[in-house]
Design a protein around this ligand. Structure first.
Ligand SMILES: O=C(O)CCC(=O)C(=O)O
Length: 273
């Protein structure tokens, strides 16, 4: 018996490579996350998504707590089993009237995981709809290769670090993962996905938690870190991340820089190496 999802949702994840929507936090709590996020951007004077990369939760107790949210973890447990490692997280945000987009890509091509089995829990802090540029997927694309050819455009309007793009995607089958604030979608790291600009007057604020089971290991560099948030780790591939004791914890900020540098410099698709 699944803990949170229905049998139909579990089947859908396995056949389509994604599910949405899944309600994980109440609307008022989502508003609170949105306020904290907006306060943070006010405080740092720039976009959080360009400053806190790959392990965005590390310096913030409130975000670290969200990575342990029991509803999120129940849904993930229904899909990958009881042993769960949070190895990263990223903001994906578009302002109101924002022409930036995310090109068609596959997360697994760049992760370097063996096996290529990571899952993203994408939590909406504001409504993420067709109008605001929600995530969209090609259903069933996770059944293909873990490494698909991406062209690296480094387009400044692309929210991806390298502007990595799968060309020639057939968009006939696209499914939009529409969410209200407080809901999440999940996608498999092989699922081909993207998102369009946000021409609306509302910001679209998303927070993606990167998760795997402990038997999955990082092959592109030594010293990968991740936190066991549920169950047991019988493999030892992930040294625990340090936890924030305070807002903008300096030790965590330093660890975040080290982690991003490792990912940034090793983030090459295997066909380029
Ligand atoms: O939020 C978006 O528009 C894209 C998200 C994404 O690429 C991801 O979560 O892997």
């Amino acid at each position: 018996m699944p803990k949170l999802l229905t049998d139909e949702q579990v089947d859908r994840y396995h056949t389509q490579g994604a599910i949405a929507p899944i309600k994980v936090i109440e609307a008022e709590e989502a508003d609170d996350f949105r306020r904290k996020f907006e306060d943070l951007e006010q405080e740092i004077g720039c976009e959080a998504q360009s400053k806190f990369r790959i392990k965005a939760h590390l310096p913030f107790p409130w975000l670290t707590k969200l990575t342990r949210n029991s509803k999120i973890l129940d849904a993930i447990e229904d899909l990958i089993g009881p042993d769960i490692v949070v190895w990263g997280s990223s903001f994906f945000t578009k302002k109101a009237n924002d022409h930036r987009f995310v090109s068609w890509h596959q997360d697994s091509t760049y992760y370097g995981f063996d096996p290529a089995e990571s899952i993203t829990a994408w939590v909406a802090f504001s409504d993420s709809t067709r109008e605001t540029g929600c995530v969209r997927i090609i259903p069933g694309s996770h059944e293909g290769d873990a490494v698909m050819k991406h062209v690296e455009t480094f387009d400044p309007d692309n929210l991806l670090a390298r502007g990595q793009t799968i060309e020639g995607v057939d968009e006939n089958e696209v499914v939009d993962l529409e969410l209200r604030a407080g809901e999440m979608s999940v996608h498999h790291n092989k699922t081909v996905h993207s998102s369009m600009p946000n021409p609306s007057n509302m910001p679209r604020i998303g927070y993606a938690i990167h998760i795997c089971a402990p038997h999955v290991r990082q092959t592109q560099f030594e010293g990968a870190t991740g936190t066991l948030v549920r169950g047991e780790d019988n493999f030892g591939h992930w040294a625990p991340d340090i936890e924030a004791k305070e807002h903008m914890d300096p030790e965590c900020l330093a660890a975040l820089d080290v982690a991003w540098e490792r990912y940034r410099t090793s983030m090459k698709a295997p066909y380029e190496q």
